[in-house]
Unconditional design. Structure first.
Lengths: 242, 242
DNA sequence: TGAAGTTGTCTATGATACTAGACAACTTGT
DNA sequence: ACAAGTTGTCTAGTATCATAGACAACTTCA
C-alpha cells in the first residue's frame, strides 16, 4: 500500500478511509467480517494508529463499519431491504434477505387506550390494552424496537403468548385469525433516545425511522397498533406503489 | 461554486486546483488565455487569496499555468509536439502546430574546433568556426536555446546572415545548399543552468532536454553541429522509427 | 508620467492533521 | 482467573492548512 506524500492536499486518513471503503466495495472485506486490527492497518499503510482511527471513524460515521471495543471493527451488513406492502411480515422480509429473523420480548404491560390509540384500534377511550415492547433482530443485529398495542379483551394473555412465540404473526394466528394485512403506515425520522439507543445498540445522536402502523384483519377490523423504531442505518424502506 | 466543508480530508486549495484544472481541460480556459485574477478567483470560491495562490502554485508546478507578475496568470500552451525525423525543421514543426515560429540571435562569435566538434563536422581540430547562440520561440513562448557551430571557411559571415534571416534553414540556403537532413541526434536531460533559465524564462531547478545533433547535406557532408536545450515542459519529442 | 490592477512576499494567528506514547476498558480464549 | 489482544481516551509536539492584512514589484493603459 502506497499513499501520496503529505502536502498532496488529500489528508492521509482520507486516503486510508477511501482505500478501506474500496476494499469493502470489492468484497475484499465481506459484510460482517472483521477488519484487521487498528495496529495492523497502521502497519499496512505505514501511518500512525490515530490516523487509522480517524479513517475508521469516518467510515463508522457513514455506517459502513462498526467498532466493538475489545473485539475488533466489523463491516456492517448491507442495509436490510424492507418493502412496505399490504402484506408486511418482519420474519418474511428478513428471511428473504438470507438472514435469520429473531424476536425478543422486552416487556409486556397492561394499559388503557388513549383517544388516539382508541381511534386507531376502533375501541373506546380507556379500553383495556396490552402493550408489548419487543426487539426485532436480523441474525444478531438489532433492527427495530416495536411497541404494539392490542385489545386486552380480544387478545387476553397476549404478553405470555408473544413471549412464547416471539412473533406477532404467530400471536395473531394463535387467536384464530387466518390472515391480516397492513392498514395504515406513517413514517417519520427522529434522533434516537437513550433507551432505544441501548436496545438497538446504536450510538446516541443517530437517526431512527419511526413507523406508526396498524394491522387489520381481512374485514378491515383493526387488530394491533404499532410504533416501531428502526435503526435508520440498518434498513432501507421500499415503497412499491410508484 | 461550492466546495466541501473543511474536515472533509481534502484541502481547500486542492479542491480549487482541481476545479481550475477541470476548467482548463473542458476548454473553459483555452490555452494562452488569462485566468481571472487571484482576488476574483478567491471571491468565486469564497476562499482566501492565499488559498488560491496555493492552488495556482500547484498547477504552475505541473506546468499547466504560468503566472506573470503585474499581468495575470495564463493557461500554458499544450506541449509542442516535436517529431524527430531526418527532415527536422523548427519552423515547419512549430508552424504545423498552428503557432508562429520565431528566432532570435543571442550572440554570434568566432571559435575554434575542439577535437569533438572537429570530428562531428569533419574538420581538423583547431579549425575556425562560427558559433551562433539563438533562442527559438513558438508564438511568444521560448522553446529552446540553440548553440550552433559552422565552419567559418564554408559559411563566412554566418552570424550576420543568421541575424538577418533568423533561421538556420534560410542561412544554409543562402550559401547555395539545396537541402539538408539530420545526421545524428542524441538526447539527454539535465537541470537548467541560470543562464539558460533566464533565456527560456524557466524557473531554476526545472529540467531541460539537451539535444546534440548534426545536420548534413544530401551527400552526408556535415554542415552544422548543434546543442539545443529545450524547456522540457514545453515540448514532447516524437521518435518515429518504432 | 501616473493611476489602477496584477502577482510576489512577508508577518501573524488559529484550526486541523499527523505522529508518539501511555494507559484504561473491554473481549476472547486458555 | 488470567493473559493476550482489542478498541477507547488522554496528553503532547510538530507540520500543514486557512485566514487576514499589509506592502513591494511589476504591467497595462490612459
Amino acid at each position: 500500500m502506497t499513499l501520496q506524500e503529505t502536502g498532496s492536499g488529500v489528508a492521509l486518513w482520507r486516503q486510508v478511509a477511501d482505500s478501506i471503503e474500496r476494499g469493502i466495495a470489492d468484497g475484499k472485506f465481506p459484510a460482517g467480517e472483521r477488519l484487521p486490527g487498528e495496529t495492523e492497518i497502521a502497519e499496512i499503510y505505514r501511518v500512525n494508529r490515530h490516523t487509522v482511527r480517524r479513517a475508521l471513524a469516518a467510515l463508522a460515521e457513514r455506517g459502513l463499519v462498526r467498532a466493538e471495543r475489545g473485539s475488533g471493527t466489523y463491516v456492517e451488513a448491507q442495509r436490510l431491504a424492507y418493502p412496505l406492502r399490504a402484506r408486511t411480515r418482519f420474519s418474511e422480509i428478513v428471511g428473504a434477505g438470507g438472514r435469520e429473523p429473531r424476536g425478543q420480548l422486552i416487556e409486556a404491560t397492561e394499559a388503557v387506550a388513549s383517544r388516539e390509540l382508541a381511534r386507531e384500534l376502533g375501541l373506546k377511550t380507556g379500553a383495556p390494552l396490552i402493550r408489548i415492547e419487543a426487539l426485532r433482530l436480523a441474525d444478531r443485529t438489532p433492527i427495530c424496537v416495536s411497541t404494539s398495542w392490542l385489545s386486552a379483551e380480544r387478545f387476553p394473555d397476549a404478553g405470555r403468548v408473544f413471549a412464547a412465540t416471539r412473533s406477532m404473526t404467530k400471536l395473531i394466528k394463535h387467536y384464530g385469525i387466518r390472515d391480516y394485512r397492513r392498514g395504515s403506515t406513517r413514517i417519520t425520522a427522529v434522533i434516537v433516545d437513550a433507551t432505544d439507543a441501548a436496545r438497538l445498540d446504536l450510538a446516541l445522536g443517530r437517526p431512527i425511522l419511526v413507523v406508526d402502523a396498524t394491522d387489520v384483519d381481512p374485514d378491515g377490523t383493526p387488530l394491533v397498533a404499532m410504533r416501531s423504531r428502526f435503526a435508520a442505518e440498518r434498513v432501507e424502506f421500499l415503497v412499491e406503489n410508484a
